[in-house]
Design a binder for this molecule. Structure first.
Ligand SMILES: NC(=O)c1ccc[n+]([C@@H]2O[C@H](COP(=O)([O-])OP(=O)(O)OC[C@H]3O[C@@H](n4cnc5c(N)ncnc54)[C@H](OP(=O)(O)O)[C@@H]3O)[C@@H](O)[C@H]2O)c1
Length: 297
């Protein structure tokens, strides 16, 4: 099967590519950069394309049976997603799997949530078979906080006190691979959620135990978080994410029992747990001091 992965050089998409290649699928990765093609696994090839240039999407979709779509965060995310849906439909793609957000419908005032709702609506209206993967907050978001955790002793992601069923992107990728390679997942939406409810303090405590020294939760003040984030993120994204963290702080993003049952339909194993993720991450950050975790795949 010819499968196009849009976002295949990114966090979730690169794991999806690995999983599809391992199953012997013909994988095509859309990228804006020819340089990245050198790093693609054997069995995957690159297609140069840009979501801002719809004509490149029409070219990329030729001969493609299935598509996995990640829409990157952008002020024009809706237009980019709609362009992919139109190009896939035009090319006769049989099934498109889209990465969205858990409970996206509960906060349509958050710009990147609203974009995803519009893209999901376009998929429903397209007549094409689709699956929506509704993912909770990624464990791997923590990777950008290495300096803050190790040097300042602070866990800064302001996820609040109520808690989220955060999830490992490798579990998301495994579910995406299942939906792309098995039948029966068409026209379904699947939650992708981890087993534990984690508050900001819980996360800080797990880093404290793993590192053997205190890591403090940075707290719920979004102006403080936003002030620091403006050094690395564009202003529109800081505003967007502040709204999202305010939503997380107000009501959390906890999973229901019914959603665990639903998730089991695309899950091939138990969800990875956060303690293990932190162990592996800390071992990768400080390999000499955490050899026992470094062995964990
Ligand atoms: N972080 C979370 O907790 C979380 C939770 C739920 C859902 N999500 C959603 O996950 C998505 C992000 O996934 P991710 O973290 O895996 O992405 P990512 O690592 O940021 O990767 C972005 C990908 O998009 C591609 N890209 C960017 N601009 C492009 C353009 N103009 N044309 C073509 N390709 C372009 C990049 O490819 P090249 O650079 O190679 O061109 C790259 O492969 C967002 O939609 C977010 O809302 C995130």
């Amino acid at each position: 099967m010819n499968i196009l992965v849009i976002g295949g050089t990114g966090l979730v998409g690169s794991h999806v590519v690995k999983g599809l290649v391992a199953k012997g699928e013909q994988v095509h990765i859309l990228t804006r950069s020819a340089d990245k093609a050198d790093g693609f696994p054997l069995g995957a090839s690159g297609i140069i394309g840009d979501l801002h240039k719809p004509e490149t999407l029409r070219w990329a979709m030729r001969g493609i049976d299935r598509v996995f779509l990640v829409t990157p965060l952008s002020p024009t995310e809706t237009e980019e997603g709609l362009a992919v849906v139109a190009a896939a439909n035009h090319a006769g793609v049989r099934h498109l799997v889209y990465l969205s957000i858990y409970h996206v419908e509960q906060a349509p005032y958050i710009p990147h949530f609203k974009s995803k709702m519009k893209i999901q609506r376009a998929l429903r209206d397209s007549g094409m078979a689709f699956t929506v993967i509704m993912a909770n907050n990624f464990f791997q978001n923590d990777l950008v906080y290495r300096e803050s955790i190790l040097k300042e002793g602070i866990y800064p992601q302001p996820i609040g006190d109520i808690g989220l069923n955060r999830v490992d992107v490798r579990d998301i990728a495994d579910a995406v691979v299942a939906t792309l390679t098995q039948t029966g997942h068409e026209f379904h939406c699947y939650p992708l959620i981890g087993a534990e409810v984690l508050s900001g303090q819980d996360v800080a405590d797990i880093y404290t135990r793993t590192l053997g020294r205190e890591i403090r939760y940075g707290g719920n003040d979004l102006d403080i978080w936003g002030g620091k984030a403006t050094h690395t993120l564009p202003g529109w994204l800081v505003q967007d994410l502040k709204l999202m963290y305010e939503f997380f702080q107000r009501q959390g993003l906890r999973a229901s029992e019914a959603d665990f049952v639903l998730q089991a339909k695309v899950r091939c194993h138990l969800p990875r747990n956060f303690h293990m993720f932190v162990g592996e991450t800390v071992a990768a950050w400080m390999p000499d001091e955490h050899r026992e975790y470094a062995k964990v795949g």
